[in-house]
Structure formats: structure tokens, C-alpha cells
Design a protein around this ligand. Structure first.
Ligand code: CP
Length: 356
């Protein structure tokens, strides 16, 4: 892939602190090449048109790979590429789905999942560590606990002579764009199209949940979507997301009362308490029990309502709900692998070769 340095890259991207605090719209060209995503860092990069294209690719991938000939063809598309999975924050789904997405496309993979096994224990900075990966691989997929670090890594990489694309697999409390991608893919498949006119209810620790933040950003792409945020008062959605919704004229309501919005929901998106972000055990003081989807609620919600959860779950959905056809969370996991394979194929420009 040609790595031409665009005018935007040099003018916007000279100073990290200025760059980091700049309007997101001014940064986007820095992370794109030739009309394609190069780095996937923010949900705001995912437009309606791009999402539709990625969903089409994901659908085609899952169909053609059912047969050996199709799977062999697809696994040859990127067999000349190598990818690094740098996941220094725990993960099951994002890690495994990206790993398998790479394998579907033939990308050979290496991984670091713990900084204690890398030269960071000898004092190497995370920035130098990421730069080192680019000596060996053509793609870096990373999950990092520090907000903004994935973006900084992409910014740094784009200023070197050997940039490689970076995909954000979850950064701090702020963003999880590929979770938003697979969540929207799940809604798209469930609704047989875009979620225009739908009511989407997000439930739980909305303050510290990066999945609900990233999914909220995607709503700008759709018409007449209505959001309801259900949370304990301690974990309400952050003002920056509410400002974003206001700016894009997306209506939302906030409540602590889950039962008040259940009946009218077209999708219910449950989330767990994010107590890994506690500073002094504050989660223990919050009564999270009302933010629990029980078997008895299946009688109340619409017949067409989909129940989602980014997982892992603790006590947000009663396991008896799992067998109801409206429970989408296990399919949601699997959708992640296909959506992420579609994204990687897009970044490397081979998506148009994937045909039914
Ligand atoms: N949904 C999600 O990000 O799951 P993991 O933390 O297991 O990757």
C-alpha cells in the first residue's frame, strides 16, 4: 500500500498535545489513505456508507468460507502480511475474534498479552515497544488501559518511515470502535437493515463503559434513532457523549428506572459494572441489582426486541434468557470475528476481491 504523506498529516500532526486535543474531524484525514481507513481508532471514523460496505463484506466472508475452496481463496488474500496483537489489558472475545479474523484472511500473527514478558520490564517505553513491532509486522491490533495511548501509537507510527496500520481493540474508558462495529452489525442483521427509527436502550455502568460510548457515536449515521440511557445515578453517561448527541440532534432520555423503557425498546444493550476503573472501591456502594434483565422480562418486551451485551457478563442477564431467540449476545460475539475480518480486508484494500 503506498504510504504517501498527505498535507493534512504534516500540518495537523506536528505536535502530539495539540493533536490530541484537536477536534476529531480535523484528525480523521491523518488516519486515512486513498479513501480508506488506515488506522481504526475512533467510532467516529465509521460512516453509514463504510459500515454498510463492511457489513456486506462480513456477510460475504461468512458465506464463502463455508466451503473449502472459498476459505482457501480468502486465506490467500493477505497471506503475505503479518499482524501483531498487543493486548496488555485482559480480553477474551476481542483478542480471539481478531486472531481468528487474521487467520481467515491468511494474516500470520504474533502476540504480547502481558508487559512482563516484553522488554517494557527493562524500561522500554510503550511507544518504543510499538515502534519495534513495526519492524516485523504489517498491522498492529492493540488493547491498552491508557486512554489515548492507541491514538498516540498511531500518530507516532504515521510519522515514521515505516508506518503500519493500527486498530484499536479497546483503549481505557474512552473507545472500543470495533465493538461498536460488531454491535451495529448485530443490529443490522437483527433489523434486516439500518436501525433508522429504532429505540435503543443502553443499560448499566454507562459512565465507564467504552462500548456504550462508541456505540452512541455511531448513532449519528442513522435517522430518527431514539436512545434511552438507564443507569444508577453514579454511573450516568458522560457529558461529552450527551453533547455529541445534542450536536447531532439525536434524542435521548436518562433514567434509573429500567422497567419504564423496557416495553418500547427495539434493542436492549446490557452492560456490566466496570469496577476495574474504581479508585477506592466505589462500585461496592452502588446497588446494581435493578440493572438486571430477568427471564420474567421476556414477557414484557416486544416480540422483535433484541437483547445484546458486549460480554463478559456477571449478573446483568439471567442465564435462562440465553435460549430465547431474542438473545443476541452469543451471535454478537461471532459477528465480531466476521466484522473484524471485513475491517482488516478493507484496510488492506482486498475487500472488493471477496465476492459471493
Ligand atoms: N466485549 C469485549 O471487549 O470482550 P473482551 O474484553 O473479552 O475482549
Amino acid at each position: 500500500m503506498p504510504m504517501e504523506r498527505t498535507k493534512e498529516m504534516t500540518s495537523v500532526g506536528a505536535d502530539w498535545d495539540k493533536f490530541y486535543t484537536a477536534e476529531i474531524s480535523s484528525k480523521l484525514p491523518f488516519f486515512s489513505r486513498e479513501g480508506r481507513l488506515y488506522d481504526c481508532l475512533f467510532a467516529q471514523q465509521l460512516t453509514r456508507e463504510l459500515l454498510k460496505q463492511l457489513f456486506k463484506t462480513a456477510d460475504t466472508l461468512r458465506a464463502v468460507t463455508q466451503k473449502k475452496a472459498g476459505a482457501d481463496f480468502v486465506s490467500g488474500l493477505l497471506s503475505h502480511k503479518r499482524g501483531m496483537l498487543y493486548f496488555v489489558q485482559p480480553s477474551t472475545r476481542t483478542f480471539l475474534s481478531f486472531l481468528n479474523a487474521c487467520h481467515i484472511l491468511g494474516v500470520k500473527t504474533s502476540e504480547i498479552r502481558d508487559t512482563s514478558t516484553s522488554s517494557e520490564v527493562k524500561g522500554e517505553t510503550p511507544e518504543d515497544t510499538v515502534r519495534t513491532f513495526s519492524s516485523y509486522v504489517d498491522l498492529i491490533i492493540m488493547r491498552h488501559p491508557a486512554p489515548g495511548f492507541v491514538e498516540k501509537a498511531a500518530w507516532l507510527m504515521n510519522r515514521t518511515g515505516r508506518p503500519v496500520p493500527i486498530i484499536n481493540g479497546g483503549s481505557g474508558k474512552d473507545q472500543h470502535p470495533t465493538q461498536a462495529l460488531l454491535d451495529m452489525y448485530t443490529l443490522y442483521r437483527s433489523f434486516n437493515g439500518e436501525p433508522d427509527g429504532k429505540k435503543i436502550v443502553m443499560v448499566g455502568d454507562l459512565k465507564r463503559g467504552r462500548t456504550v460510548r462508541s456505540l452512541s457515536y455511531l448513532m449519528k449515521n442513522y435517522k430518527n434513532v431514539n436512545l434511552a440511557f438507564v443507569s444508577p445515578k453514579e454511573f450516568k453517561m458522560e457529558p461529552d457523549i450527551l453533547e455529541f448527541l445534542n450536536k447531532h440532534s439525536i434524542p435521548y432520555t436518562e433514567t434509573e428506572d429500567f422497567s419504564s423503557v423496557m416495553r418500547e425498546a427495539d434493542a436492549i444493550y446490557m452492560t456490566r459494572i466496570q469496577d476495574e476503573h474504581d479508585k477506592a472501591g466505589e462500585s461496592k456502594k452502588v446497588d446494581y441489582s435493578p440493572y438486571y434483565f430477568k427471564k420474567e422480562h421476556l414477557k414484557i418486551i416486544k416480540k422483535s426486541c433484541v437483547i445484546m451485551h458486549p460480554l463478559p457478563r456477571r449478573h446483568e442477564i439471567e442465564p435462562e434468557v440465553d435460549t430465547d431467540p431474542r438473545a443476541m449476545y452469543w451471535r454478537q460475539e461471532r459477528n465480531g470475528m466476521w466484522a473484524r475480518a471485513a475491517l482488516i480486508s478493507h484496510i488492506f484494500g482486498v475487500d472488493l476481491k471477496i465476492k459471493p
